[in-house]
Design a binder for this molecule. Structure first.
Ligand SMILES: *Cc1c(COP(=O)(O)O)cnc(C)c1O
Length: 435
């Protein structure tokens, strides 16, 4: 059975939304611009399934862009949320649940000695950068093209994610002065890094990198690249910030750090987290070396704050999610991801379509191109139109992929035999539609 491309109830809601919300969405990639068609408005979600307002069911391979690692409305997470909510929604004082969540993070990621909780990954990067600038007394930040760290002014130069989707080189509204404090380098390019530091090393506060990039599609660091980041930053007295907002607690119990291990020369100085650690609620964090974190207000001179930071309901959801992410869950995620990716590859092979699948733990993305993708230029050199047709072929057959060729596919531990069968059954038709 296939669904029609028209989705009347979603189309009606989109029209209503457009009257009061720019483009009808609260985050750009949701608008389906790069794949065309009507974004589906969801009514509810349970386990691996999304149900839209037209009453259609989809297997979910977006997982709210990462957080829903256990599937939707997991009964034990729901119970934790109910319990926390019954105790009050927000106190504006410290409370125990946020301490427990911080302890869980510190326990899982060894180099993180202390963390501050915030509300989004964007806030986490913004705060980590301010802290690095405060610690070093320098202002320049190095980032890599195709890496996304949230919509922080100075980090919107050559960012991935929605910006990759829209092929915007930059965002309007970012002052030249903010962009001037950012050096954008190609990912996986050690000589470019060395040149930048040779020229401006004394001004550079930090290098921020996705621990393993996932916002230009999955583009793992080549062997030795993370080591080089550590070596060069240390040589020049700059900090290394590892953005694990997407990979944290997803690639492994301790994120990409747990898979790759500490770089030669020592762990990154600061980490950022989000997505999985909020269990679907707005919670994120930044943390790392205790001597650096000690510079935060009120003890230190670097100001950082948040009315809802450490929110007890969000903390309860995050903590329940992390505690349910056992080694068995990570093993299951890896198994399910490989089953799906193998089937995609087999179907594309059969149809003679050039493709490349790249991995970070159970995160993977399917590039419509031949050959390894090492950086943003490689990632942009793919057949995005073919992806768009493939996306709609899957959607028609009840599988919701990320609506962009530059995104990661996120599996959940809730994907059961029925959901996986539905994905496998959709593939031949969707690949045929993509040709
Ligand atoms: C999603 C993401 C962010 C931004 O997080 P928000 O919660 O959307 O602000 C930052 N860094 C990375 C690597 C991300 O994937």
């Amino acid at each position: 059975m296939t669904y029609p491309d028209q989705a009347p109830a979603s189309a009606a809601l989109l029209e209503r939304a457009r009257a009061v919300i720019p483009s009808g969405v609260n985050s750009p990639v949701r608008a389906f611009r790069s794949v065309g068609g009507t974004p589906r408005f969801m009514r509810s979600a349970s386990g691996p399934w999304l149900t839209d307002v037209d009453g259609r069911r989809y297997v979910d391979l977006v997982g709210s862009w990462g957080p829903m690692i256990l599937g939707h409305a997991h009964p034990q997470v729901l119970e934790a949320v109910r319990e926390a909510a019954a105790d009050g929604f927000s106190f504006g004082t410290p409370s125990e649940r946020e301490v427990a969540l911080a302890e869980e993070i510190v326990t899982r990621v060894a180099p993180v000695e202390s963390v501050r909780l915030v509300n989004s990954g964007t806030e986490a990067s913004m705060s980590a950068i301010r802290l690095a600038r405060g610690f070093t007394g320098r202002s320049v930040v190095v980032k890599f093209a195709g890496c996304y760290h949230g919509h922080v002014d100075s980090l919107l130069a050559a960012a991935g994610s929605g910006l990759a989707t829209f092929a915007l080189p930059d965002s309007a509204g970012v002052p030249a002065s903010a962009a001037a404090e950012t050096i954008v380098l190609p990912y996986n390019d050690v000589p470019a890094l060395e040149v930048a530091f040779a020229e401006r090393g004394e001004q550079i506060a930090a290098v921020i990198t996705e621990a393993c990039p996932g916002n230009m599609g999955v583009v793992p660091p080549l062997p030795g690249f993370t080591d080089a980041l550590r070596r060069v930053t240390a040589e020049h007295g700059a900090l290394l910030i590892s953005d694990e907002v997407m990979t944290g607690f997803r690639c492994s119990a301790s994120g990409w750090f747990g898979l790759e291990g500490p770089p030669a020369g020592g762990a990154p100085d600061l980490f950022t987290f989000g997505k999985v650690m909020g269990g679907g609620f707005p919670a994120a964090a930044f943390g790392g070396r205790a001597d650096v974190m000690a510079l935060l207000a009120p003890e230190g001179p670097v100001y950082q704050a948040g009315t809802l930071s450490g929110n007890p309901v969000a903390s309860a959801a995050g903590l329940a999610t992390l505690r349910l992410c056992t080694p068995e869950v990570y093993a299951r995620l890896d198994e399910v991801a490989h089953t799906i990716a193998d089937a995609v590859a087999a179907e594309l092979d059969r149809a003679g379509v050039a493709h490349r699948i790249q991995w970070a733990g159970s995160m993977f993305s399917v590039f419509h191109r031949a050959g390894q993708v090492r950086d943003y230029a490689d990632a942009q050199d793919q057949d995005t139109a073919a992806f768009g047709r493939f996306f709609h072929g899957m959607l028609r057959r009840g599988v919701h992929l990320p609506p962009s060729a530059f995104e990661t596919w996120f599996v959940s531990a809730a994907l059961d035999d029925e959901a996986i069968s539905k994905i496998l059954a959709a593939l031949p038709g969707a690949v045929a539609d993509s040709l």
